[in-house]
Design a protein around this ligand. Structure first.
Ligand code: SAH
Ligand code: SF4
Length: 371
């Protein structure tokens, strides 16, 4: 009877839980109580749900689990950024990050274990993709980070969850290649009975899958879309991003324009500046022409070097020059602050490091978060 794998409560909704409750002979309002315990009061066990009958608590514990990960590593940056490496029951690991900025707390989460795209500059795709994260695991990353925020900010228990200002899906993986789980998670993050984080505070960053961008536009959600452009023309983009072989910038711009028209949300174009590769004046001029075809802004990201990969971080002068050319052409361009530089800031780095260390010294899992 109890040999069946338990369901992850963080992937459930009031609708999906209703048949189970009915079968257990419980009234429907129990669903509301359960989610209140999980998302408002942050219960870590069904046992703690003290206004539920004991028998129901026992049956819930047999059929469901709440938290499924353990924190394999934690790295604290001197700038307040905190990175967690979560280990899932199957041995897969994924990173999530809390980035404080004044009163704001941004959480950066992943969508897959590894990444199938394999961009030449990125640590996440070096070994390909291991698997998708499930909806429950995506939500659990946010919950784990939120717990850290509470500890850091000394928020007393049993306060409603409003510690997180923004959620960005910019960790490992290509979210639109795991569309179903990502959307199920976004709905739970957004739901009033769930984490209740406004869709406008949730950003999905994608390498650019036009069909899925158009589908996302029809979801009736106002999530922000960030397109990882990284090059102002297809030839250069193909050198950096393997999937650009099949997908051209013109097609992506058209899909993004459709997204803006449907949702009213301005697109963000992300552009990693790689020293000597895509950071010249002519690149900036070409990029300005490209992005002026739609309502968008540009986020310039100075590359965080990843040890075996042959790319360098541009100087801040080169970065400012690039930004100035965009601005002179009337493009709204910002340089993203680099955070957590002392804790392997680039997504996928901590996971790789932990994997490498456990291969070399399986027994001694001593954190080493230096340079
Ligand atoms: N796969 C999605 C989302 C995850 S990557 C995407 O590519 O958009 C999120 C962002 O982090 C992307 O813009 C990506 O290019 C950037 N990124 C990856 N590695 C980086 C590095 N080493 N330094 C700076 N930004 C990096
Ligand atoms: Fe995957 Fe994004 Fe990294 Fe490219 S940049 S390999 S799409 S995670």
């Amino acid at each position: 009877m109890s040999a069946k794998p338990r369901r992850h409560i963080l992937a459930e909704t009031p609708e999906s839980l209703a048949p189970w409750l009915a079968e257990a002979g419980e009234p429907a309002f129990r669903g509301k109580q359960i989610f209140e315990w999980v998302y408002r009061r942050r219960a870590e066990s069904f046992e703690a749900m003290s206004n539920l009958p004991k028998l129901l608590r026992d049956r819930l514990a047999e059929a469901f689990e709440i938290y499924t990960s353990s924190i394999a590593r934690r790295a604290d940056s001197s700038d307040g950024t905190i990175k967690l490496l979560l280990a899932w029951p199957d041995g897969a690991t994924s990173e999530c990050v809390m980035i404080p900025d004044g009163d704001r707390r941004t959480v950066c989460i992943g969508s897959q274990v590894g990444c199938p795209v394999g961009c030449r500059f990125c640590a996440s795709g070096i070994d390909g993709v291991e698997r998708n994260l499930t909806a429950g695991q995506i939500v659990e990353q946010v919950m784990r980070v939120e717990q850290i925020c509470r500890d850091v900010d000394r928020v007393p228990d049993e306060t409603t969850l409003h510690q997180l200002s923004n959620i960005v899906m910019m960790g490992s993986g290509e979210p639109l290649a795991n569309y179903q789980h990502v959307m199920a998670a976004v709905r739970i993050l957004n739901a009033p009975w769930g984490l209740h984080i406004g869709a406008r505070k949730i950003t999905i960053s994608t390498v650019g899958l036009p069909k899925q961008i158009r589908k996302l536009a029809e979801e009736g959600l106002q999530v922000n879309l960030a397109l990882s452009a990284h090059a102002p023309n297809d030839a250069l983009r193909r050198e950096l991003i393997p999937w650009a072989e099949q997908i051209g910038l013109a097609e992506l711009v058209a899909a993004c324009r459709h997204y803006f028209e449907k949702t009213g949300r301005e697109i963000t174009f992300e552009y990693i500046l790689l020293a000597g590769v895509n950071d010249r004046a002519e690149h900036a001029e070409q990029l300005a022409k490209l992005v002026k075809q739609l309502r968008c802004n540009v986020n310039l990201i100075r590359y965080n070097p990843v040890s075996p990969l042959p790319f360098g971080r541009p100087t801040s002068d080169a970065t400012t020059r690039f930004q100035a050319i965009l601005r002179k052409s009337g493009v709204n361009a910002h340089v993203r602050k680099s955070r957590g530089m002392d804790i392997d800031a680039a997504c996928g780095q901590l996971r790789r490091k932990a994997q490498a260390e456990s291969v070399v010294t399986p027994a001694a899992r001593v954190p080493n978060d230096g340079e």
